[in-house]
Design a protein around this ligand. Structure first.
Ligand SMILES: *[C@@H]1O[C@H](CO)[C@@H](O)[C@H](O)[C@H]1NC(C)=O
Ligand SMILES: *[C@@H]1O[C@H](CO)[C@@H](O)[C@H](O)[C@H]1NC(C)=O
Ligand SMILES: *[C@@H]1O[C@H](CO)[C@@H](O)[C@H](O)[C@H]1NC(C)=O
Ligand SMILES: *[C@@H]1O[C@H](CO)[C@@H](O)[C@H](O)[C@H]1NC(C)=O
Length: 335
């Protein structure tokens, strides 16, 4: 049983969370928010109050979307001297670490030496509709000039404020301590390496039960590696899925992984037993065209809703027509 405090536009209320109020009511799939055409929504983190934070890779911007109020979006912050944002994760309550750097959606290439990690403190942030009343505190943590293409990001240890960051260009995982600003390569493996033509290796990363799970886009695999609490390797990599494109992913409470497929257009599920199936979309489906990342809601009202970000099919448009990047809500209780 956990104590929850929810901030809404109407005010503040607190209550006890007894269980997830999961039910198959309403539509199986709905659009929460659609950005203008040529907006590539790249990654997503969910605040404890239910608001969604999404990064754009083709604009250096972080946006907040209220999933309970369709069309309600606010730009939290723009970031200087960069083309875009990539991975995002909460490393302390309502404080988020973000990858900022230059990957070009025009040339499909990365600019080595352009990447940095930033922190965004959402605690003071207040907005009404799209208008910011009190800003978030946004600060650069550290430049990582040795990095080639920083991409997925996940929290390793909240107590000492360490995160792991995938480098898709070098095929390694960096450990970054946000408090001390120290960083180092902590993991390297053949299953993480980039391959031609896009030189895109390890991409999405998340930790579950002492394993680092990851996709490798070029090698088209989903794998896991046992790690120590400090992020170092504790065993050999185990490839769970092959011949599937993979971008970012998340897990439900039962341990099923949901893997997005940009530039594919489907979402596949991997059960704890290792069974793989498509649960939403498909190569010719516009439902989640260009799906890039996914996270579950965090309130009792949407903990069964998987929020999926998309780039609208900019890389591989369904029937040749791309749309604006979206946030799609998928009710996983309706499967
Ligand atoms: C990254 O892109 C920004 C915006 O175009 C530019 O100002 C900056 O110099 C670039 N950084 C590098 C290292 O090329
Ligand atoms: C990480 O933890 C392992 C296992 O506890 C230990 O052997 C290793 O020395 C630690 N390495 C670093 C770099 O902290
Ligand atoms: C997993 O796949 C195997 C082989 O296709 C099948 O026999 C089994 O029933 C599946 N298990 C579940 C839990 O779906
Ligand atoms: C794509 O085009 C084909 C052939 O014109 C059509 O049958 C199909 O409905 C279209 N699909 C979508 C998602 O628009």
């Amino acid at each position: 049983m956990a104590q929850g405090t929810y901030f809404t536009r109407a005010g503040v209320f607190s209550f006890l969370i007894l269980r997830c109020v999961a039910f198959c009511g309403g539509p199986k799939v709905r659009t929460v928010f659609e950005f203008p055409f040529k907006t590539w929504v790249e990654n997503i983190a969910v605040r404890a109050n239910g608001n969604l934070l999404v990064t754009l890779i083709d604009h250096p911007e972080l946006h907040m979307i209220n999933p309970f109020c369709p069309g309600d979006g606010t730009m939290v912050s723009a970031f200087p001297d960069a083309l875009g944002l990539l991975g995002i994760a909460e490393f302390q309550p309502d404080q988020f670490a973000v990858v900022v750097g230059n990957w070009s959606d025009v040339t499909f290439t990365t600019t080595p030496h352009s990447y940095s990690i930033w922190q965004v403190d959402m605690r003071p942030f207040r907005a009404v509709g799209s208008e910011v009343i009190l800003p978030a505190v946004v600060e650069k943590v550290v430049d990582i000039p040795e990095a080639v293409f920083l991409n997925g990001l996940t929290t390793l240890n909240r107590d000492d404020q360490t995160i792991l960051v995938a480098d898709s260009g070098l095929g390694v995982v960096w450990r970054v301590n946000i408090a001390t600003r120290n960083y180092e390569v902590i993991l390297q493996d053949a299953t993480m390496e980039p391959t031609p033509p896009y030189n895109l290796g390890i991409n999405g990363i998340h930790i579950r039960d002492q394993y680092l799970y990851y996709t490798n886009s070029g090698l088209q695999l989903f794998a896991r590696m046992p790690i120590n609490p400090n992020g170092t390797r504790a065993g050999d990599a185990d490839v769970l899925v092959t011949n599937h494109l993979g971008d970012d992913f998340t897990f439900d409470r039962r341990g099923n992984a949901y893997v997005t497929q940009d530039p594919g257009n489907d979402l596949y599920q991997v059960t704890p037993e290792g069974n793989v199936s498509t649960v939403l979309g498909g190569p010719d489906s516009p439902l989640i065209e260009g799906d890039t990342a996914a996270q579950f809601g965090r309130t009792p009202f949407d903990c069964h809703i998987l929020y999926i970000t998309t780039n609208g099919g900019l890389v591989n448009p369904v029937n040749g027509s791309a749309v604006g990047g979206k946030i799609i809500a998928f009710n996983t209780d309706c499967q």
